[in-house]
Ligand binder design. Structure first.
Ligand SMILES: [Zn+2]
Length: 563
C-alpha cells in the first residue's frame, strides 16, 4: 500500500470478550497480547504514539484493568469519530470483524466507511491488511460483508437461547423475592428461617468492620492479618480469612440487597445475566458505606501494579512522572542506614526512560512541608458531612453509567432486544441525570471540605515516618497505622500529583480542582532524618509519639463516623 501514513497520533484496539471466558483460549488477555505483539512487530515506537494503546472492549465484565478502557465502545467511540472529536491519523486495530458484524454486512461497512472518512487507518489482524481511505484493497468490502453476514447468523442463534433463559430466571426471581429456594445458594452472612432470609448479626458486624478499616486505608493483606488476629467471625467456609474472601466481601452487591441472576457458561463458569434485582436480600451494609468503599477501590485499581503494604509511598496511585510513568518508592538499603530511600518512575524501572530518581528524604521533606503549609488553605477548613455523600454519589454514578452502557449495547444488538431493554435504558438515563444533578449541586456550592485536620494527620505521620520501630512490635503497628492515616488523608484531599522529568517541579491538583505547585531544591541539608538523641531524649520522644499516635487513632475513629 502506498499511502500509509508514517505516524499515527493514537491507537485504538478492539478486543472481544468471549462468553466461554479463558476456557476457549480466546481471553481478552490473549487477544491483547496478540494485538500488542502485532503492533510492535509492524511499527516503530515513534510511529504509533509510543505503543500507548486505548482498548475498546466488548463486555462490561472486564472493568478495572487499570488501563484506559472504554466501555460501550460501539456507541461512544463511533459518536466521537463521527463528530470529529478524535485527532486525525489514528490507527484502529482489531483481530476479527465479529463484534460489529453481529449486525450484518451493511452495519460493518458503514462503520469502516465512517472510520476511513475520519482519516483512520485500519489494521485487521485476521488477514493482516493495513489500509486507509486512499488504499482500500480490491474486494475487501465484499470480504468483510461476507464475514459479517456469517457471524450474524451464528450470533442470532446464541441470542435467542440466552434471552429465553434469562427471561425465565428473571420472572422466577421477581415472583418470589426473599425466598430461599430460588438459587439454592445463600450468602454466608444470611440464614434461612421460616422460608425467609435473616441476617446473622455477628458475621455482618465483621463485614462492616472490614469496610470501615478499608476506608481507613487498610490494604487487602493488612485486612487479612487484622481479621485473623482479631478473630472476626468468618462469613464463608472455613474459619480463617484469606485474600480472596476479603475481595469477595468488598465487592458483593448482595450486601446491599441485590441479587444478580447468572447463567451457566459451561466448564464451571458462571456469567451474570440481565439486570440485578434490587431488594432481593435484606440490606446488610448501608449503601453509602458500600459505595464509599467501591469508590476508594475504583481509585486504587488505577494503579494495581505494585503493593506498598507499609504505606511508605503515600502518593501511590496519585503521583505521576511527566513521562507518564507512575511514581514509585524504592528502598535502597535493607539495613540500619537510613535516608537512602528514593523515588523514581515506573518507566525508568522498566528501562524505557531515563528519568532521574530523587532522594526520598528530600522529596518527602519538600512535599510534607508544602502539604502542611498549603493543603489546609486550599481546602475549605472545617467539617463537611457532604464529603461521604459525594463519594457515594460518584460511585453510584459510575455504576449506573456502566450499566447504562451494557443495556445500550443490548439495544444496539437487535430489534427484539431493543424492545425488551429500552424502558430500562430510559430509567437508567434518568437515574444518571438525577445523580449528576445532585453531584453538580454538592460540588459547586462548596469545595469538598476535608472533614479532618490535615495538620493533625501530618503531625502523626512525621514521627512515624522516622520508622525507628522494630517489625512486630506494637509501636511498629502504630507507625503503620500513622502512615496509613496520613495516606488516607492525602488520598481524600489530593487528586493528582505531577512531577517534572527533571525532578525540580511538582504540581498538585486537589480534589476541589485547585492547583498549586512547588519546587524541589536539592540543598543537601535536609533535616529530616533520625536525630541523634540521648537515651532519655529517646524515651521522651517515644512518649510524645505514643501520645500523638493515640490522638491519631481517636481522630481516625471520629472521622469514620462521618463517612
Ligand atoms: Zn518518568
Amino acid at each position: 500500500m502506498t499511502q500509509e501514513p508514517t505516524k499515527f497520533s493514537r491507537i485504538f484496539a478492539y478486543a472481544r470478550f468471549s462468553s466461554e471466558g479463558q476456557a476457549d483460549g480466546n481471553s481478552l488477555e490473549r487477544q491483547r497480547q496478540d494485538i500488542e505483539a502485532a503492533v510492535r512487530q509492524r511499527f516503530q515506537k515513534d510511529e504509533v504514539a509510543g505503543f500507548d494503546i486505548t482498548w475498546l472492549e466488548d463486555h462490561g465484565l472486564s472493568a478495572y484493568h487499570g488501563e484506559h478502557v472504554t466501555h460501550g465502545w460501539l456507541g461512544d467511540f463511533m459518536d466521537k469519530v463521527r463528530t470529529g472529536k478524535l485527532p486525525k491519523n489514528c490507527l484502529f486495530v482489531c483481530e476479527t470483524v465479529s463484534r460489529a458484524s453481529r449486525q450484518g454486512g451493511f452495519v460493518l461497512l458503514s462503520m469502516v466507511h465512517t472510520l476511513l472518512e475520519a482519516d483512520f487507518s485500519i489494521l485487521m489482524l485476521q488477514n493482516g491488511t493495513l489500509f486507509n481511505r486512499g488504499s482500500v484493497p480490491k474486494f475487501l468490502s465484499v470480504e468483510l460483508a461476507l464475514y459479517a453476514e456469517l457471524a450474524r447468523e451464528e450470533s442470532a442463534q446464541k441470542q435467542r437461547y440466552s434471552l429465553d433463559n434469562w427471561e425465565r430466571k428473571r420472572r422466577h426471581a421477581r415472583e418470589r423475592p426473599g425466598q430461599s429456594a430460588f438459587t439454592g445458594e445463600c450468602p454466608n452472612w444470611l440464614e434461612v428461617v421460616g422460608g425467609k432470609y435473616r441476617v446473622i448479626s455477628e458475621k455482618v458486624d465483621s463485614i462492616r468492620d472490614i469496610y470501615l478499616k478499608t476506608l481507613d486505608g487498610y490494604g487487602i493483606d493488612k485486612l487479612v492479618r487484622y481479621a485473623n488476629q482479631a478473630r472476626l467471625p468468618v462469613p464463608g467456609k472455613g474459619d480463617t480469612w484469606h485474600t480472596s474472601l476479603i475481595k469477595r466481601v468488598l465487592n458483593n452487591r448482595a450486601l446491599i440487597g441485590e441479587f444478580q441472576p447468572h447463567r451457566n457458561a459451561g466448564r464451571g463458569k458462571r456469567l451474570p445475566e440481565g439486570e440485578p434485582i434490587a431488594g432481593f436480600y435484606p440490606v446488610a451494609i448501608a449503601p453509602d458505606l458500600f459505595f464509599a468503599v467501591q469508590s476508594l477501590q475504583a481509585k486504587a485499581t488505577t494503579f494495581p501494579s505494585r503493593r506498598d503494604d507499609n504505606n511508605h509511598n503515600y502518593l501511590m496511585g496519585i503521583a505521576k512522572c511527566e513521562c507518564g510513568g507512575s511514581w514509585r518508592w524504592m528502598n535502597k538499603d535493607s539495613g540500619k542506614q537510613r535516608g537512602y530511600s528514593q523515588y523514581g518512575c515506573s518507566n525508568r524501572q522498566r528501562a524505557v526512560s531515563a528519568c532521574p530518581n530523587v532522594n526520598g528524604r528530600l522529596f518527602d521533606h519538600t512535599f510534607v512541608t508544602w502539604a502542611l503549609d498549603r493543603i489546609p488553605e486550599l481546602l475549605s477548613s472545617g467539617d463537611d458531612p457532604r464529603r461521604g455523600r459525594i463519594l457515594s454519589l460518584e460511585a453510584q454514578f459510575s455504576d449506573v453509567s456502566k450499566r447504562k452502557a451494557k443495556v445500550r449495547r443490548a439495544v444496539e444488538v437487535s430489534d427484539s432486544l431493543a424492545e425488551e431493554f429500552l424502558p430500562r435504558l430510559r430509567e437508567l438515563v434518568a437515574e444518571e441525570k438525577a445523580l449528576q444533578t445532585e453531584l453538580d449541586d454538592l460540588k459547586s456550592n462548596a469545595a469538598p471540605a476535608a472533614g479532618f485536620s490535615f495538620e493533625e494527620a501530618a503531625g502523626v505521620f512525621l514521627p512515624a515516618y522516622l520508622d525507628v520501630f522494630e517489625t512486630g512490635t506494637p509501636q511498629f503497628d502504630d507507625a503503620y497505622r500513622a502512615r496509613s492515616l496520613f495516606r488516607s488523608r492525602i488520598v481524600q484531599s489530593v487528586a493528582r500529583v505531577d512531577v517534572s522529568m527533571d525532578r525540580t517541579k511538582v504540581t498538585v491538583k486537589l480534589r476541589n480542582d485547585k492547583v498549586d505547585s512547588f519546587e524541589i531544591e536539592d540543598s543537601k541539608t535536609v533535616t529530616f532524618g533520625v536525630p541523634e538523641l540521648t537515651p532519655d531524649e529517646w524515651a521522651q520522644l517515644d512518649a510524645d509519639r505514643s501520645e500523638q499516635l493515640r490522638h491519631g487513632r481517636r481522630m481516625s475513629n471520629a472521622n469514620l463516623g462521618e463517612l
